[in-house]
Design a protein around this ligand. Structure first.
Ligand code: ZN
Length: 278
């Protein structure tokens, strides 16, 4: 699906987003563009991917720049509307590593660590369009008393730097990348799904699109990993400084073949003497 096509239109009076599949075709859809707020027409074609288009080409030419990312804007706003106050999310594993170059060893040593395994969580008390650490984010919710932030990313919309170092460390921040949605929407009609359904499934189950930006126990795990790294370096140095040598003391404790035979003969003679005496 092209990025200049709009999957979700905005109904001006209710300020709610609607799926192209849930409206009448043409101008009767009563929707406007979320970027430039000009009327949209619903295109339900047999061959084309269903979408909203700007009703007045002239207006669109003027607002082209503004509406360049209307695909993503409509998706982001629809996602916020869909999620409402609660969502079950499949979250990915979060793995990281620490490394250190050691002068004595002459190379860099790395220690991997896992901050969290893959998991399914339910975020509650979700609020939309809130500020967090001084930046506007898409959604803020709550998991077991920890604030949980969701930030949608796509072309020309990266995670703000502030979210990597939030003011409060008692929180989690996840980025959800929307770049695979145009492709997923293109397949929607063939799979008998509306864009809304595709978006819902994508948000709850697609782990590959999600990335941890901040996790509350990252710092603790990182400190532990640094300690483990120092331990590994220490062991590697010990190994390096222990020269490889044959043990010279052990060879004396071995009984040579000759000694063994002598002892056996001695013992045999002793036995014979004993027997002769009796
Ligand atoms: Zn527009």
């Amino acid at each position: 699906m092209d990025l200049n096509l709009i999957p979700f239109g905005l109904i001006d009076v209710t300020n709610k987003f609607v799926d192209i599949y849930d409206v009448e075709r043409g101008k009767s859809c009563n929707c406007i563009c979320p970027s430039c707020r000009t009327p949209l027409i619903a295109r339900h074609g047999d061959s084309n991917t269903w979408h909203f288009a700007h009703a007045h080409k002239g207006v669109y030419k003027k607002t082209k720049k503004e509406c360049e990312y209307s695909f993503y804007l409509s998706v982001r706003l629809m996602a916020r509307q869909l999620i409402d106050s609660r969502i079950a999310l499949g979250l990915p594993e979060y793995e990281s590593h620490v490394d250190k170059f050691d002068d004595e060893l002459g190379y860099s040593v790395q220690e991997k660590f896992i901050i969290t395994r893959e998991q399914n969580v339910t975020i509650e008390e979700i609020k939309v369009e809130k500020f967090f650490s001084g930046v506007a984010v898409d959604l803020i919710g709550n998991i077991n008393g920890f604030q949980f932030v969701i930030y949608f990313t796509h072309q020309n919309r990266d995670v703000p730097i502030e979210l990597y170092t939030p003011n409060s460390h008692k929180c989690g921040v996840i980025a959800v990348e929307l770049n695979s949605l145009p492709m997923l929407f293109s397949k929607a009609r063939k799979d008998g799904k509306t864009y809304k359904e595709v978006l819902e499934i994508f948000l709850s189950t697609n782990r590959d699109s999600k990335k941890w930006i901040f996790h509350p126990s990252y710092k603790k795990q990182e400190i532990a990993a640094f300690e483990a790294l120092e331990e590994t370096i220490k062991k590697l140095k010990e190994k390096k400084n222990t020269p490889f040598k044959f043990s010279s003391t052990d060879s004396h404790t071995f009984i040579s073949k000759e000694d063994f035979l002598d002892a056996a003969v001695d013992s045999y003679m002793l036995d014979r003497k004993k027997n002769a005496q009796t």
